[in-house]
Design a protein around this ligand. Sequence first.
Ligand code: SF4
Length: 209
Amino acid sequence: MKDLTDDVLVPISALEHASYCPRQCALIHLESVWDENVFTLRGSAAHQRADEPTTRQEGGRRIERGLPLWSERYGLIGKADVVEFDSSGTPYPVEYKSGPAREGRHESIQLCAQALCLEEMLGTDVPKGALFWIASRKRVEIALDENLRARTLEIIAATRSILQGTDLPEPANDKRCPKCSLLDACLPGAIVRARLAFDPFAPRPERME
Ligand code: SF4
């Protein structure tokens, strides 16, 4: 088993932030900046309901809420909103998300990391899971395929690098920013304008979406 004593444990919740914007991940997990907006308030309310640890039986399935998760292999730690176990014992993680159903690209990374933990903890395959979108009460099944697993491993490595670093990543300053709860703390437009005023040939940040 990998020796993690020199590695930073990566909170599973940081992966969605890093996938969305590396600077957002650093501000939240390194600088402890957290501003509530309508999106995060919805998310907090959703997670408060799903976070309380409980076990119950429903329709032949065992449903665990607030299940602690970890992976020594990947250096992950976190908690699953809901994990359902069918009669064969196969785990099926369900991650609750605020707002109406979206593409869920970043959220799927978080779900896949939960599956990696469950596979290591329980020694069984986790081939799929689901995102549950609170506002539209829509459950979307996500295949935890090779592409998603490869992307998740990339984001885990990138997140560890962010958490081990000292410099804040460059601001995205693109269409992600208006929806970001950290917009007022981050000031992406002001930073980019100031940098370009100082050096008109300064590289502009890449647009990731
Ligand atoms: S405001 Fe934009 S650049 Fe700043 S953390 Fe949010 S998404 Fe990233």
